[in-house]
Design a protein around this ligand. Structure first.
Ligand SMILES: C[S@@+](CC[C@H](N)C(=O)[O-])C[C@H]1O[C@@H](n2cnc3c(N)ncnc32)[C@H](O)[C@@H]1O
Length: 232
């Protein structure tokens, strides 16, 4: 049974184990797969979040992984990086020793109500066990008027771009897998999870159901990535 099949039985444990396995090579894989565009997307998400930051408190980078987003924010704001995978947190700590980090689950945030001045998250939500719980938790912890900004892979609406995007994933993944020998199963999960999430999950609806206002999705990369936002 491959990782993607295993997530149908126990998603959190399978996902945590998988990210632990790929943690030391994650950044490199990411850069290759996104052709370096992931850096630009993160910067755009940060700019978006900054348009609506509450005055007090700290920003949460939910599912911070190896910490790129949180490290960028830490240059000008108070941020905490949270992830449920120890291996990823270790990579983040290696990059920046002074970055505040904590271990926690996006479906059960370890924060009190109404404390966060903003939440940002990149390429995490397709991996969480329950997106509904995750959106409710983000809503609960944000201060009234504060914003959530989420990046996640999507499937382009335009059928030609969609075919192009899926073909790209099919071609790029084996190339990346051949560079990172031994983790083929984990990278195959990443590819399958992108497709399945794009086909089945409506993030805007989840955010609205959790109570967010002014929810919108902005397509990036011709719709291969969406930037979602909502205000509490
Ligand atoms: C694809 S990586 C993205 C990491 C980082 N945000 C970035 O942009 O590079 C997904 C991250 O989400 C974390 N993650 C997945 N499900 C999670 C959950 N339920 N709670 C906390 N972190 C989670 C994984 O451990 C992994 O570090």
């Amino acid at each position: 049974m491959d990782y993607f099949e295993k997530t149908k039985e126990n998603k959190p444990e399978t996902v945590r184990h998988m990210f632990d396995q790929v943690a030391p090579k994650y950044d490199c894989f990411n850069r290759i797969l996104s052709l370096g565009l992931d850096k630009l997307w993160r910067k755009r998400a940060i700019r978006n979040l900054k348009t609506n930051l509450a005055q007090e408190g700290f920003i949460l980078d939910m599912g911070c992984g190896s910490g790129d987003l949180a490290i960028d924010i830490s240059h000008h704001d108070t941020v905490i990086g949270m992830d449920f995978c120890r291996g990823m947190l270790k990579e983040a700590a290696l990059k920046n020793k002074s970055l505040p980090l904590c271990q926690g689950d996006a479906t059960q945030l370890p924060f009190a109500n109404n404390v966060l001045r903003g939440v940002i998250s990149a390429f995490v939500i397709r991996n969480v066990g329950s997106l509904a719980n995750c959106c409710h938790e983000v809503y609960r912890c944000l201060q009234p008027g504060a914003k959530v900004v989420i990046l996640e892979f999507a499937l382009p609406q335009n059928p030609i771009f969609r075919i192009g995007f899926l073909t790209y994933l099919k071609i790029m993944f084996p190339i990346a897998c051949s560079l990172f020998k031994g983790d083929t199963e984990a990278y195959e999960y990443l590819r399958k999870s992108i497709q399945s999430f794009g086909e089945n999950i409506n993030v805007v609806e989840h955010l609205e159901n959790a109570g967010f206002n002014h929810v919108k999705a902005t397509p990036l990369l011709l719709g291969g990535v969406n930037m979602y936002e909502g205000i509490k």
